[in-house]
Design a protein around this ligand. Structure first.
Ligand code: SAM
Length: 218
C-alpha cells in the first residue's frame, strides 16, 4: 500500500447515517445552518453526533470553563456554550479572522455570545498566554500540532478536568504503518503521549472520526 493511501469508514455508513439523523436537532435553525455550511464548504465541523457527546460530557462534568483549541466558525463552541448555560465561558480560538467573524454572527444568533471569549492567532500560544485553567480542554487544531497542545495543557489542568480531542482515528490513517504524513504522525504521537501519561485516564470513543476523552486524575 502506497504511503497515505488508507482511508476508511470508521463506522458502517448506514449506521453512521442512522446515528446522524438521530443526533440532528431538527428544530434548531442555527445548528442546522452551521451543519449545512459545513457540508457545502466541506469544512470539518465535529457534527451532531460529536456535538451531543460534547454536550453530555459538559453536563456530566458540570464544566463552567471550556478552552477550545481550533474553533472554526463556532459549531463546537455553540454546543459547549449551550451545555454550560449562562454561567459558563467558552474560549474560542482560530487562526482565521473570517472564521471568527462567522462565529460571532452564529453565536449572536444563538443567543450565547456573552458566554464566548475570542482569541486571535495560534491556539496553543493563546492558551499559554491566557492563564486560563479550564474544566474542559477541547482540541481540534491542525493534527501535527496535537503534541504541542498536549505539552501546553498537561501540567496546567487541575485534577477533575476533561480533555476531549477530535480525529483520533484520522479516517483510518492511524493504522497505516507506512503513512508518514505530519498530520497522521501528530495524531499518533498525541495518542502515545496521552496514554503514557498516568495522570490521565483515557478512552478513545469511535464516534465519527474518533474522539479521545481523558480525565485528569492527579
Ligand atoms: C477542524 S476545524 C475546527 C472545527 C470546530 N472545532 C467545530 O467543530 O466547529 C479546525 C480549525 O482550527 C483552525 N486551526 C488549525 N490550526 C490552528 C492553530 N494552530 N491555531 C488556531 N487555529 C487553528 C483552523 O483554521 C480551522 O478553522
Amino acid at each position: 500500500m502506497a504511503d497515505g493511501m488508507i482511508r476508511m469508514d470508521i463506522i458502517n455508513p448506514y449506521i453512521d447515517a442512522y446515528l446522524t439523523q438521530l443526533a440532528v436537532s431538527k428544530d434548531d435553525e442555527v445548528l442546522l445552518e452551521m451543519e449545512a455550511v459545513g457540508i457545502e464548504k466541506d469544512f470539518p465541523i465535529v457534527g451532531p453526533q460529536v456535538g451531543r457527546l460534547l454536550q453530555v460530557l459538559t453536563l456530566l462534568s458540570r464544566a463552567k470553563t471550556v478552552f477550545e483549541l481550533g474553533s472554526g466558525y463556532g459549531y463546537s463552541t455553540l454546543w459547549f456554550a449551550r451545555a454550560m448555560g449562562p454561567e459558563g465561558v467558552v474560549h474560542h480560538t482560530d487562526l482565521s479572522g473570517e472564521n471568527r467573524t462567522k462565529a460571532r454572527e452564529y453565536l449572536t444568533c444563538a443567543g450565547v455570545i456573552d458566554r464566548v471569549r475570542f482569541h486571535e492567532g495560534d491556539a496553543v500560544e493563546a492558551f499559554k498566554k491566557s492563564g486560563v485553567t479550564p474544566d474542559i480542554l477541547f482540541m481540534d487544531i491542525d493534527k501535527e500540532q496535537y503534541p504541542a497542545g498536549y505539552e501546553a495543557f498537561k501540567d496546567r489542568l487541575n485534577p477533575g478536568a476533561l480533555v476531549i480531542v477530535d480525529n483520533l482515528l484520522w479516517d483510518g490513517r492511524v493504522i497505516d504503518m507506512k503513512n508518514t504524513e505530519k498530520s497522521t504522525l501528530g495524531v499518533k504521537r498525541y495518542t502515545d503521549l496521552i496514554l503514557a501519561d498516568k495522570r490521565f485516564v483515557t478512552t478513545i470513543v469511535p464516534v465519527r472520526d474518533g474522539v479521545a476523552v481523558s480525565l485528569k486524575t492527579s
